[in-house]
Write a protein that binds this ligand. Sequence first.
Ligand SMILES: [Zn+2]
Length: 280
Amino acid sequence: MPELPEVEVIRRELAPLVCGKEFAAPVIHFAGAVHYPAAEQFRRLLGGRRIRDLGRKGKYIFFLLDRGTLLAHLRMTGRLIYRAAGAIAAGDSTLQSKHLRLELLFAGGDALFFYDQRKFGGFWLLENPTEWEIAGLPRLGPDIWEEVDGPTFLALLQARPRARIKALLLDQGFVAGMGNIYTDESLFRSGIHPCRCVSTLSVKERENLYRAIREVLAEGIACGGTTTRDYLDARGSSGTFQERLAVYGCKGEPCSRCGRPVERTVTAGRGTYFCPCCQK
Ligand SMILES: [Zn+2]
């Protein structure tokens, strides 16, 4: 599932390609990929609007338009791939897939293709911030990469003493952007067991955790994201952070620090990887 680094990589790659471009009417292969408004209305309204800028909050991508905002969320398996008009005209066979849900076409012939195997991802076309509730934006906590510095992180933790740390980091209402992979890696690097209650964490551990989160997110972005199963960036390339994973997906493999086997448990309903020796 794309997490903050993957979405940020896509945003950075797409920005120079799409900013200033004007949408033509999109081709909708699967109406469920349009979350709001109704597919036909979406098709009619999007054409003619121009992209001013590209933003991100948590795992949402914002296409800031001359009128309104187009929001995208990739959920489990969504992919946004940019295609130049030439490749489309040449009938590049990689463009065709039964998972192609939406073709966001631009005036001039370039396009942004949205693929989504599991069909949970999709788009909202919102006219103004009063409609942001429709996409759940008001429930999002601050973006962990852009909006949370060390003191803010400590204050946020202080307010949630009874929460278990892994579940809390995954809660997008607490901070936006963390997912399973980067949470497990951050907890490993800071030596914190995923089931710990926030109230049991020392100040030192909280500071170490914040530092570890910044570290894994920065490395994730620099590596172009993590490709475990589905993720590809906006140019269709894989990320490489999976080569640096110390615990995520490593059940039974020796811990890089102590050599004992990495374990897998379930916390907050999610598969959770940790070293029982290095994470207290
Ligand atoms: Zn270990």
